[in-house]
Design a protein around this ligand. Structure first.
Ligand SMILES: CC(C)(COP(=O)(O)OP(=O)(O)OC[C@H]1O[C@@H](n2cnc3c(N)ncnc32)[C@H](O)[C@@H]1OP(=O)(O)O)[C@@H](O)C(=O)NCCC(=O)NCCS
Length: 197
């Protein structure tokens, strides 16, 4: 069993910080291969999550018990990063969008993604977003189960949305509050099936 799985204390959730970017960029390429976000893109995203104009939020989850010594700061033990997630919330002006969520393979199946997702859904709710949308690879059943447990339902498919390897995306939505629509409809807003066949 891995070090992370043996950890006694519950891993802590906090805001992402610049000091996390190297570890996250490494994880991105391990987990997402050709579709990994670069360190530069991660830094831009993080910047957009800070300050009064922030329209997104990034969190990480880490374990104090499984601390690692970093090369950059030899001698100092750093908590081990176990996962990260991000949400675009547009200050509540429109639908929120789950931008990314991942946990390291050794720490999966412990509810860490579930905690990060619940935290970010809470952010969307508090900000006033009517719903949270996301795209997920059709073959990614574990992620789809995670989302379904949190109340997300499939609402459409985006054909060949992913490139490497090519694959359709399933679009899922969690409704946080009903939207007022034109008379005679229950919703003004509808994400349509975008399959172009
Ligand atoms: C999808 C992903 C984020 C899930 O992360 P995770 O931390 O393992 O998620 P959770 O632990 O919350 O849930 C995973 C499973 O563990 C189970 N679980 C959660 N807490 C548990 C606990 N305390 N004891 C036992 N099982 C538990 C859940 O029921 C779930 O089971 P299921 O897959 O059979 O439905 C992770 O697999 C990942 O990083 N994948 C690669 C990146 C990715 O695909 N991201 C999504 C892009 S859309």
């Amino acid at each position: 069993m891995s070090e992370a799985k043996n950890a006694g204390r519950a891993p802590g959730l906090r805001e992402m910080a610049e000091g996390d970017l190297d570890a996250i960029a490494r994880l991105e390429s391990e987990l997402f291969g050709a579709e990994a976000w670069s360190r530069g893109l991660l830094a831009t995203e993080l910047e957009a999550s800070q300050g009064a104009e922030a329209d997104r939020r990034y969190v990480v989850i880490e374990s104090d018990d499984a601390a690692v010594e970093t090369g950059a700061d030899a001698g100092r033990m750093q908590p081990r990063l176990l996962g990260y997630a991000g949400l675009y919330h547009a200050g509540g002006l429109t639908s929120a969008d789950l931008l990314t969520i991942a946990t390291v393979p050794a720490a999966r199946g412990r509810g860490l993604a579930s905690r990060m997702l619940a935290e970010l859904v809470g952010t969307a709710r508090r900000t006033g977003c009517p719903d949270v949308l996301l795209e997920v690879r059709q073959s990614n059943e574990s992620a789809q189960r995670l989302y379904a447990r949190h109340g997300f339902v499939p609402i459409g498919r985006r054909r060949r949305y992913y490139q490497a390897p090519p694959e359709d995306a399933v679009v899922m939505r969690l409704t946080l509050r009903p939207r007022l629509g034109p008379v005679g409809t229950s919703e003004a807003h509808e994400v349509r099936e975008t399959t172009s066949e």
